[in-house]
Design a protein around this ligand. Structure first.
Ligand code: GLU
Length: 497
C-alpha cells in the first residue's frame, strides 16, 4: 500500500501552528514509507475563506520546509485540490446518498430548529435534529423543491446503537449514535459542509491515513457512517493530541501567538520551529531533542506519539532556536540567514521611504528603524498611559483596536487609518488620544516613523502581538473585563453597521 496523508486547512485566518503540527506529522508518516503528502484547501465556507489566508498558509508551510507532493499549486492525479473547485463532485455524491435513502431534504426553518433545540435543552436532552422532514413523502419533497423552498440535505443517523471509532493511538472509542446529530451535508446555498467534503475528498484522493486534531474525534461516527453509506473503506484515523497553552488550556491566540507568521517575524529559524513541533508529543528513539526534519522522517514511528497534553512553550522554543543558531550556523551562514530574514534590500527599501525625510546622517538610522526588526518592545505602564487617561481606558483603546485588526481583511495603511478613525469615533475620543498608546505599543517610543506605514511593514502578526503585549504590560484583560469590553464592543459594532 502506498501511504497517502493530507493536511486540510481552512483558509479563514492566520496560518496556525496547529496546521503546521498536523502537516509535519502527516508528512513524516507518508514520506517515511515513500508515500505522498497532499495539501488540500477546505474553503467551502465561502464567507470566511480568503485568498490571502490561503496564500499565507501555503507560504508559511513552505517557509517551514513542509512541502507537499500534490496541492492547489502542484497539480496531481486527484485534483483539483481546492474544495471550492470541486462543488459538482460533492453535489453528485449528495444526490447519490439521497437516492439511496441515506440522506434527506430538510425544509425546517431556523426558527423551528431554534425552538426544537430550546425544548431539548429544557428537557436536558442532547440537541439533535428530531427527524421531522424524514417523514415527508417523495411527492411532498418534490412539491417543495418545485416551489423553490429553501432547504438543506441531512444525513440519516441511527437513533440507537454504538459506533466504535477505531483510532490508531487510542484504540476503540465507543460513541453512542444518540449523541450524533443528523448532520447537514449540503447547505441551503448548495455548498457541502466539511463533513461531506472531507469524506468524499479523502476517498477520491486515496488518502490512507487521516492525521488530525483530537477535536475531530466526535465527528468520526458521522464520517464512518458516510463511508459505510457510500460503500467505501475508511482510512485509518490518527487523532493527535491538542496543543496547549502553558496553563494547559487549548492553544489560543488570546494567550500565545498562534500564527506561524509571528514566529517568522520574530526571527525564529524554520528548522527550529519544525524541530520544536516535532518534540511536542513525540520524541526521537535516542531521546535527542535537537533533530532535523530529515532525521525525524527517518526515525518516525507513529507509535511514539504520546497522548499527554503537549504544551507549546515559547521559552522552550527560544532555547531550542538558540541551539540551532549556535550549533548549525557558522559566521558566514549566520550572516546569510540574518539578511535573508530582515536585513535585506527588499525590507530596507520598504522602510527607507518612511525615514528618509528625517535623517541627516546614516548614524541616525539604526536607532530609528530598530523597532522594525525587534520582537516585543520593553514597555512600562507609564509610557503607555497618558496623563488624562486611566489604565482601563488605555486597555480599552488597545483592545478595541486589536479586535478590529483581527477582522481586517486587507492590511494596508489606508485600512489601518480608517480603523483607528473608527475607534476614535466609537470611543468618543480624539484620534490623537487613541494613537498615543498605540505609538508606544508598536515602536516602544512615543514618536516613530509614520505609524500606519510602519504597521503595514511590520505586518498583521507582529503588530497584533505588540498590541497584545502592551495590554499585558497593563495587567492584561481578565475574563471578567473581557466580557464587559466585548459586550460594549459588540453593541458599538452593531450600531456602526
Ligand atoms: N478543515 C479542517 C480543519 O481546518 C480539517 C480537519 C481534518 O483534518 O479533517 O481543521
Amino acid at each position: 500500500m502506498i501511504v497517502r496523508t493530507r493536511v486540510a486547512p481552512s483558509p479563514t485566518g492566520d496560518p496556525h501552528v496547529g496546521t503546521a503540527y498536523m502537516a509535519l506529522f502527516s508528512l513524516c508518516f507518508a514520506h517515511q514509507s515513500g508515500g505522498q503528502f497532499v495539501l488540500r484547501i477546505e474553503d467551502t465556507d465561502a464567507e470566511r475563506s480568503t485568498a490571502e489566508s490561503e496564500q499565507s498558509i501555503l507560504d508559511s508551510l513552505r517557509w517551514l520546509g513542509l512541502d507537499w507532493d500534490e496541492g492547489p499549486d502542484k497539480p496531481g492525479p486527484h485534483g483539483p485540490y481546492r474544495q471550492s473547485e470541486r462543488l459538482d463532485i460533492y453535489r453528485e455524491h449528495v444526490e447519490h446518498l439521497v437516492e439511496q435513502g441515506h440522506a434527506f431534504h430538510c425544509f425546517c426553518t431556523a426558527g423551528r430548529l431554534a425552538e426544537m433545540r430550546a425544548e431539548q435543552m429544557k428537557n436536558k436532552q442532547t440537541t439533535r435534529y428530531d427527524g421531522l422532514c424524514m417523514s415527508l413523502s417523495n411527492d411532498e419533497v418534490a412539491q417543495k423543491l418545485e416551489a423553490g423552498e429553501e432547504h438543506v440535505i441531512r444525513m440519516k443517523v441511527p437513533e440507537e446503537g454504538t459506533c466504535l471509532v477505531q483510532d490508531r493511538l487510542r484504540g476503540e472509542i465507543p460513541i453512542e449514535y444518540s449523541q450524533i446529530d443528523m448532520q447537514v451535508l449540503q447547505k441551503s446555498d448548495g455548498n457541502p459542509t466539511y463533513h461531506l467534503a472531507v469524506v468524499v475528498d479523502d476517498y477520491l484522493m486515496e488518502i490512507t491515513h487521516i492525521i488530525r486534531g483530537e477535536e475531530w474525534i466526535n465527528s468520526a461516527p458521522k464520517h464512518m457512517l458516510l463511508y459505510d453509506y457510500f460503500g467505501w473503506d475508511m482510512p485509518e484515523l490518527i487523532h493527535m493530541p491538542l496543543l496547549r497553552n502553558p496553563d494547559k488550556s487549548k492553544l489560543s491566540k488570546r494567550k500565545n501567538p498562534t500564527s506561524i507568521r509571528f514566529y517568522e517575524r520574530m526571527g525564529f529559524l524554520p528548522e527550529a520551529v519544525l524541530n520544536y513541533l516535532g518534540m511536542l508529543g513525540w520524541s526521537m528513539p535516542d531521546g535527542e531533542e535537537k533533530f532535523s526534519l530529515e532525521s525525524m522522517i527517518e526515525h518516525f514511528n507513529i507509535e511514539r506519539i504520546s497522548l499527554g497534553a503537549p504544551v507549546f512553550d515559547v521559552d522552550k522554543l527560544k532555547w531550542l532556536n538558540g541551539r540551532w543558531l549556535r550549533e548549525e550556523l557558522d559566521d558566514d551562514r549566520f550572516a546569510d540567514r540574518i539578511s535573508e530574514w530582515a536585513y535585506n534590500r527588499e525590507s530596507l527599501k520598504r522602510i527607507i521611504p518612511l525615514i528618509k525625510e528625517r535623517v541627516d546622517v546614516f548614524s541616525e538610522v539604526s536607532d530609528m528603524i530598530a523597532f522594525f526588526a525587534s520582537g516585543l518592545p520593553a514597555l512600562e505602564e507609564v509610557d503607555l498611559v497618558a496623563k488624562n487617561q486611566s489604565v482601563d481606558d488605555t486597555k480599552k483603546i488597545l483592545q478595541f483596536a486589536l479586535w478590529d485588526m483581527e477582522a481586517l481583511a486587507t492590511w494596508d495603511r489606508d485600512q489601518l487609518n480608517t480603523l483607528f478613525e473608527n475607534v476614535a469615533v466609537d470611543l468618543d475620543l480624539k484620534i490623537r488620544d487613541v494613537l498615543a498608546p498605540v505609538f508606544v505599543a508598536i515602536s516602544g517610543k512615543p514618536v516613530s516613523p509614520p505609524l500606519f506605514d510602519s504597521m503595514a511593514v511590520l505586518g498583521p502578526d507582529m503588530t497584533r502581538a505588540r498590541m497584545k503585549h502592551a495590554i499585558d504590560v497593563l495587567g492584561g484583560v481578565s475574563k471578567k473585563l473581557n466580557k464587559k469590553l466585548e459586550k460594549e464592543y459588540q453593541s458599538i459594532r452593531r450600531s456602526r453597521t
